[in-house]
Design a binder for this molecule. Structure first.
Ligand code: ATP
Ligand code: MG
Length: 563
């Protein structure tokens, strides 16, 4: 049976170190991907056996809290049992079979992890979405993906019902709730009644595992498809090296379940035997995050830079994080100022990583590697990452260009299969031997990558190309600035100029805006090349962001250009 022998007759128990090392070697591209691979059977059920044989410390595999006293803890055996029950619900009650698609729109509830694993056990393709989806978003996603089934909670169910008639492919609806709703099956009830016996389907490594709608930071979300092995094996090495995860670690990633980062955690933590910690976190609240870190033995933390920007505003001397030993961030650029504040207050580095829904980890600052403040680190194997021009030619160190991943002669196994139903877009994403990320950076002579910005966010003023991130970082160093977004704005002489939208720290909010504008402009001129200073400044109460917490510069830019 593929990787681990035939169903029902498990081969002799391997040494956990050896088995993780094998997965890591595959994930690094040093060993071939097996023909058959199923994450639930080959990884989770293996850990269940290792756990039974005493090869894992007495920590859960999954630990959920809601901050109001409720708690769920599963070891790998319990996770196996619960997810087999869930798989029986998907297969038996929803009729899902290999290749059928299921939308998962759940807040941070244990059921999200259960149903994700259950999808893998049944071979159903999971399509996570965020709970903030509107009727229009849901309709677009359900129609585009032709999902056969959806699972969600009471708050979203009415929105699904409102567009149900326009989604002919949707055949079954599961509700995670204590109450019932006409037209919906109650997942909790079905789960209680389901059998724990389930035969995991035999998936090929190339069979689809998940479809992700991109964050839509710059346009309509695209459907990105990943194969079973792409995610199932593609994160083992970065889980080990960047996240520094082992079987003794308790890993908390605050990401929304609808965003690709939640999957990154799942597929990084569990192969390495680590525990996934989840706080329901109905809204982002710095104090809740800091209290949770103090209260629970969390060893590893991952938050988007936006959250770290909030955390460093708090009085961190009031908290003690007894178990915390490794911190990660990614998803957008980390301001060096925030990294330095976190380090000085908490005593731990912030290890930044860079990647996309289309990929696994592209660049990172793994544990032990020297960090250069402001850089997103070096290429993460097995990717060959280069800076290329618009024709796909590799540019020398120091020169700014497109961040690109080599896909020829060999496309990495841990890579999206395609933009679903969009061959033109898939083809347009490649130039020469490379996949073009749509982001720009330069690489220094030591191989460190320095992010300029998304292609569309780069500002062209009097033929100077200005990356928003550098200007935002400069602004962030000023104590008046809580957050900043820098975009282009029309100008009759220069064509376009730099405009900064700034959220002020509370203690500066009553200062004279004219004086403050001048002070901030002088500050930027001092800390970066003077031509980059924002000629226009606007003070705002908040910045437009995606649900995953990323600044939507395109919204501000469109507003400026009257689009
Ligand atoms: P869409 O493609 O629909 O516009 P999106 O690109 O925001 O959405 P994701 O795939 O979730 O959707 O995000 C990946 C992008 O996030 C990267 O291409 C990059 O622009 C940004 N990003 C991720 N990590 C970092 C980082 N460490 N530094 C700077 N930017 C980052
Ligand atoms: Mg993108």
């Amino acid at each position: 049976r593929g990787f681990c022998g035939p169903h029902g007759q498990q081969p002799p128990l391997p040494d956990p170190q050896k088995i993780v090392a094998t997965w890591e070697a595959i994930s690094l591209g040093r060993q071939p991907v097996p023909e058959y691979f199923n994450f639930a059977h080959d990884v989770l059920d293996m850990w269940s056996q290792l756990e039974k044989a005493g090869h894992r410390p007495q920590i859960p595999a999954f630990w959920w809290v809601n901050g109001k006293g409720a708690e769920v803890k599963w070891n790998f055996e319990e996770l196996g049992e619960q997810s087999r029950k869930a798989a029986n619900v998907l297969q038996g009650m929803c009729g899902l079979q290999l290749g059928d698609r299921m939308m998962l729109v759940l807040p941070r509830l244990p059921e999200w992890w259960l149903v994700s694993v259950a999808c893998i056990r049944t071979g159903a393709v999971m399509i996570p979405g965020v709970s903030q989806l509107t009727e229009k978003d849901l309709k677009y996603r359900l129609q585009a993906s032709r999902a056969k089934s959806i699972i969600t909670t009471d708050s979203l169910a009415p929105r699904v019902d409102a567009i149900n008639a326009d989604c002919p492919f949707l055949q079954s609806k599961l509700l995670v709730s204590d109450s019932s709703r006409p037209g919906w099956m109650n997942f909790m009830k079905l789960l209680r009644e389901a059998s724990t016996e389930h035969n995991c389907v035999r998936t090929k490594s190339q069979d689809p595992l998940a479809i992700y709608f991109t964050s839509g930071t710059t346009g309509a979300p695209k459907m990105v498809e990943h194969a079973q092995s792409s995610y199932g094996l593609g994160f083992v090495a970065s889980g080990r090296r960047w996240m520094d995860l082992t079987k003794s670690d308790i890993f908390w990633n605050t990401s929304d379940t609808g965003w690709v980062k939640a999957a990154w955690t799942l597929f990084s933590a569990w192969p390495n035997g680590s525990c996934i910690f989840v706080h329901e976190l109905p809204r982002v609240d710095a104090k809740i995050i800091l209290n949770t870190l103090s209260r629970y033995p969390i060893t590893t933390l991952c938050c988007v830079p936006t959250i770290f920007r909030l955390l460093v505003q708090e009085d961190l001397t009031r908290y003690q994080f007894q178990s915390l030993r490794h911190c990660l961030t990614g998803g957008e650029a980390l301001n060096p100022d925030v990294r330095e504040k976190w380090k000085s207050h908490v005593g731990l580095e912030l290890h930044e990583g860079y990647g996309q829904s289309e990929t696994v980890l592209i660049c990172a600052n793994p544990k032990g590697m020297k960090i250069k403040s402001g850089s997103m680190g070096k290429a993460s194997p097995p990717y060959d990452v280069q800076i290329v021009d618009d024709e796909g030619n590799i540019l020398p160190p120091g020169q700014e260009g497109n961040i690109a991943v080599r896909v020829r002669p060999t496309r990495p196994f841990c890579f999206f299969s395609c933009y679903l139903n969009n061959p033109e877009k898939t083809e347009a994403s490649e130039r020469g031997d490379f996949y073009i990320t749509g982001d720009r950076a330069h690489k220094d002579k030591d191989g460190y990558f320095w992010f300029t910005g998304r292609n569309d966010d780069v500002i062209n003023s009097s033929s100077y190309r200005i990356g928003p991130v550098e200007v935002e970082n400069a602004l962030a160093e000023h104590p008046a600035v809580l957050e900043a977004a820098v975009v282009s704005s029309p100008d009759p002489i220069r064509g376009e100029v730099v405009k900064a939208f700034i959220v002020l720290s509370p203690s500066y909010s009553s200062q004279d805006p004219k004086k403050l504008t001048q002070e901030l402009q002088e500050h930027v001129k001092r800390v970066t090349a003077p031509y980059k200073y924002p000629r226009k400044v606007a003070f705002v109460s908040e910045l437009p962001k995606t649900v995953s917490g990323k600044i939507q510069r395109n919204k501000l830019r469109n507003q400026e250009w009257g689009r």
